[in-house]
Design a protein around this ligand. Sequence first.
Ligand code: GRF
Length: 221
Amino acid sequence: MQMNRHGQDGCQMGRLVLAVLASGQGSNLQAILNAIAEGRLLANVAVVISDKEHAKVLSRAREADIPAIFIHPGAYATRDGYDAALVEALNRYPIMLGVMAGYMRLVTPLFVEAYRDRLINIHPSLLPAFPGLHPQRQALQHGVKVSGCTVHFVDEEVDHGPIIAQRAVPVIEGDTEETLTRRILEQEHRLLPEVLQCFAAGRVGLVTAGGSRRSVFISES
Ligand code: GRF
């Protein structure tokens, strides 16, 4: 059994230096920034990167004086080429953890390898249920009674990798995709800063047992 405690050799205790990757509204970025401003999260966001030029997440970053970078997918012939540019942009900052918060591009093994165990994603379902697009719609179509959100380490598969934390959200009679999405998003805004503070406090650990099977633990404070 091999143990890698981020508190010791990954994320150092103290202020966590983050990069946020996002394609949309950036309400999760805002939740992170609010938590930092209110002292609930000991971190700073060094850079925000998007694959969408006009994504609101970029204007939110600029308003907060955070470098906001658009990397144009059309400028690269291959996904590997795009992700190499992404890694190059990220490597200009002392990033301890990359946070995919509504980042809609599929990441390549090249990127995953470069940020192995330093890249997390938030997804609006209780994984492994409903990976991919429209997870809230999938939840309603399957008639599940409970959905929620998941924060997990990123690996080579879509919305897959060791699960760090989850929060359940009951599906209510009469829920639409919009109402369920809104209630799950409210929980994302709580869960993500809490998980990040666990990283900042060195409380997130990854355990490798029996080859590639890995699980996550969050130690008591
Ligand atoms: C969130 O529901 C996130 O989990 C999903 O996309 C949404 C992004 O929301 N992958 P925002 O851009 O943070 O407002």
